[in-house]
Design a protein around this ligand. Structure first.
Ligand code: SF4
Length: 377
């Protein structure tokens, strides 16, 4: 059987892991598998099955384009669509393309396979890819209201006991996509197995600061890493963030090797959990005072079809734009490292509007350049 795997032409820093696993599954069945990205000119291949993946809901358009394009090109082929957007909003695809099969959630047949990295050589964008991506677990022990993991994957469960089995011998790094690695009962065994690979280990989804202990910090320091990322998503996490940074520093990490994702623009009507511009400013300043790097993460409603469509009632378009601009102009790679000048600017500011103001005040000016619809405290 000829199977065509399609990654729609949206932006992604990572190759399509789900499709790579499906490729491995079909290779075992001796099927002829091809991977393409976007709308490819295919001449010497006539698939009877086409699998199209999807990413975030706001990247829906290229998915629809791919479905239309390949359905027209191969009308006889059975088309399956999976991935995040397909799982969260299947009806949004079916209303326009009732002939496709939607795979909601994980592809249980393919999930256990080591991704087929050789297939990436068929796509220009991925042909030099050098990292093994793996999940040793799915789900999470927490249910943070802004996160899609509990909705998509449910509670924490083990899916791979020996991560070495999914590490490609030629890769230089291992990218761990577990949602909450430190909450795993067998975190220690897995970390030891990861250490044995001798490769760079990247806990890409961030580690849960609340789960950090001295033993975990010391084991993390024994790995080859390029720093540790955690989350500091609200003032309620302040104590845990400070404790985790202290533990990591005591274990041997430099403060600048520690970064915190800092959520902003979130508002939940049901549980009254939200942030405000001034609270966000205080959090960023707190991270700077810790000597660590902050990485602002704008909340994107995971059912929204436009990337920046959601604006919390506590924020405004202007203030959100001010953060984006400051990240470009004042930050480095979208992050705020604790540069002396930047820390001073934030310390002197005293409020979000002043801190994220990019132009110096003109003589006699008292107002702020960045204004918002809602006053916050
Ligand atoms: S700890 Fe992380 S993965 Fe778990 S629910 Fe919260 S944000 Fe999601």
């Amino acid at each position: 059987m000829q199977v065509l795997l399609v990654e729609p032409a949206y932006y992604s820093r990572y190759p399509p892991l789900g499709l790579m696993k499906i490729a491995a599954y079909h290779r075992v069945l001796a099927d002829d598998v091809r991977l393409v990205r976007g709308l490819a000119d295919i001449r010497d291949f006539k698939p009877s099955r086409i699998e199209i993946t999807s990413l975030f809901t706001y990247a829906w358009k290229p998915v629809h384009q791919a479905i239309e394009f390949y359905h027209e090109k191969f009308p006889e082929a059975r088309i399956g669509v999976g991935g995040i957007y397909a799982s969260l909003m299947p009806e949004d695809i079916l209303k326009d393309h009732p002939y496709v099969n939607i795979h909601v959630g994980l592809n249980t047949e393919a999930e256990r396979y080591m991704p087929d990295y050789d297939i990436l050589k068929q796509v220009d964008r991925w042909k030099d890819w050098d990292g093994s991506i793996l999940f040793t677990s799915r789900g999470c022990v927490n249910r943070c209201p802004f996160c899609m993991v509990p909705v998509m994957e449910g509670g924490l469960r083990n899916v791979l006991s020996d991560p070495r089995s999914h590490v490609h011998p030629e890769h230089s790094r291992v990218i761990v996509w577990d949602n909450n690695f430190l909450a795993l009962p067998d975190w220690k065994e897995k970390m030891e197995l990861l250490r044995q690979t001798g490769k760079y280990i990247d806990f890409n989804q961030g580690l849960d600061a609340r789960q950090m202990t001295r033993e975990k910090a010391e084991m993390l320091a024994s790995l080859k890493t390029k720093g540790i990322r955690m989350a500091y998503d609200g003032e309620h996490e302040k104590e845990a963030a400070h404790r985790a940074a202290d533990l990591l520093e005591n274990a041997g990490f430099g403060r600048r090797e520690i970064s915190f994702y800092a959520l902003y623009n979130f508002y939940d009507y049901e549980c009254s959990f939200y942030d405000t511009p001034d609270e966000f400013y205080r959090r960023i300043l707190d991270i700077m005072h810790m000597g660590c790097v902050s990485y602002p993460m704008r909340f994107v409603d995971f059912h929204s079809k436009s990337k920046n469509g959601f604006v919390s009632v506590m924020w405004s378009e202007e203030r959100l734009e001010a953060v984006a601009k400051a990240r470009r102009v004042l930050g480095f790679g979208g992050a705020f490292p604790p540069y002396e000048g930047l820390v001073k600017k934030f310390e002197q500011a005293g409020s979000f509007d002043e801190a994220f103001r990019l132009e110096p005040k003109k003589a006699g000016e008292t107002g702020t350049e960045v204004t918002g619809a809602v006053a916050d405290g």
